[in-house]
Design a protein around this ligand. Structure first.
Ligand code: F6R
Ligand code: MG
Ligand code: MG
Length: 366
């Protein structure tokens, strides 16, 4: 059966700063999707990660469908109304345009969609990250799909060994979608060369070379490109299919034990390690650390199983402790050097304005 998995997420307001949405806010979005989506979607699942609400939907209408996107947009609008009534912080923060124009892409919400021919068993993973940028998935995707040290399937399974096609977007280009396609294993050094720069180059999708079908879809929106100014971190979502001619679930989640440093955290302006957390976790330390959650599903004829909370396992407690240590260690150096993001990624204009003012006070010693 041909189905589409669509996940659309937005930050439309949260309690106590950028921590988590309120229960009534979640309920408002949930009931809107359940009622208005009754004849549109086959199934749906609602969750939050930090201050972001994600609506995962299954349907047969294809990627970029106007009705599906409108359903999510309207649900977020209804939620924004409630968020304002409750006085939640940043109400409607990610809804950057006034009126819906056919597709939520370029309007603020993050979207990732997979149009697939369902396998007899179709396991897939839904990742959501808060307080970080789409490039946060670059390293995990590289390791899972191209590095044999992480993914023994690249040696063991003939289908996986044929490699993958990476579609990488230059998110610094704002006139349109600027993309490059690279094939692994032969192009791995080129893939790595681009993916080292999480702010500029972002994996948009990954495709199987053995069967030609799509393995992964990542939301690539950069809010500051849409709004023309800094409006908070993008907080990307991702859908990844697992098993058979794709990496195993364990191979796909293994890279998150690194807790690699990504852009995000306090005022969206710092480098902090990415912490794997349970589903529906709030934010805490230093407006971070950046977090990622993972819900594993099986989907059959468009019907979703209940999710398995992948990072809710004793193994990840040890990882969380180590990532907390890394976060605290980095924070010990405050504003210095690697702790903060480069100028182009800083939130607010304070640093630029101060530098401009200070520039006038510099003198060249004769
Ligand atoms: C992302 C997020 C952050 C904030 C940023 C600015 O979910 O919440 O990127 O938008 O930290 O927040 P304030 O309002 O503190 O400037
Ligand atoms: Mg926020
Ligand atoms: Mg957020």
């Amino acid at each position: 059966m041909a189905i589409t998995l669509s996940v659309i997420k937005a930050d439309i307001g949260s309690i106590g700063g950028h921590l988590a949405p309120s229960e009534r806010l979640l309920e408002t979005v949930r009931s809107h999707v359940a009622e208005q989506g009754r004849d549109l979607v086959l199934d749906h699942y609602l969750s939050f990660t930090g201050d972001d609400i994600a609506i995962l939907m299954t349907h047969t209408r294809g990627a970029g469908d106007e009705a599906i996107h409108r359903l999510a947009w309207d649900a977020f609008l209804a939620g924004t109304e409630l968020a304002r009534q409750q006085g939640l912080y940043g109400a409607g923060q990610d809804l950057l345009k006034d009126s819906f124009s056919g597709n939520v892409r370029g309007m603020g919400p993050a979207v990732a969609e997979l149009q697939i021919e369902e396998r007899p068993s179709e396991p897939f993973l839904f990742f959501a990250a808060d307080k970080t940028e789409p490039g946060a998935y670059n390293l995990p995707l590289y390791l899972a799909f191209a590095d044999v040290m992480n993914t023994p399937g690249l040696m063991l399974s003939p289908a996986i060994a044929q490699g993958y096609r990476f579609v990488i977007m230059d998110v610094g280009y704002t006139e349109g979608d600027r993309l490059v396609e690279l094939q692994t294993p032969e192009d791995i050094y080129d893939v790595a060369t681009l993916l080292r720069d999480n702010e500029r180059y972002v994996v948009e999708s990954v495709w199987s070379r053995a069967k030609g079908d799509q393995a992964a879809a990542v939301s690539t929106s950069r809010l500051h490109n849409i709004a023309g100014r800094y409006t908070g971190k993008d907080d990307p979502v991702m859908l990844v299919r697992a098993q058979m001619h794709f990496p195993a679930t364990g191979e796909l989640v293994a890279p998150y034990q690194i807790g690699h440093f990504v852009g995000g955290g306090m005022r969206g302006s710092h480098q902090m390690p990415l912490m794997p957390v349970r589903l529906n976790s709030p934010i805490s330390y230093f407006d971070g650390p950046p977090v990622v959650s993972c819900a594993a599903f099986s989907v059959h004829e468009g019907r979703l199983s209940e999710p398995v909370d992948v990072f809710d396992h004793p193994f990840w407690d040890r990882v969380r402790h180590r990532v907390a240590e890394k976060a605290a260690e980095m924070r010990r150096q405050g504003f210095s050097g690697a702790a903060m993001l480069p100028m182009s990624e800083l939130e607010y204009t304070g640093v630029t304005e101060k530098l401009e003012a200070l520039d006038k006070r510099f003198r060249i010693r004769s």
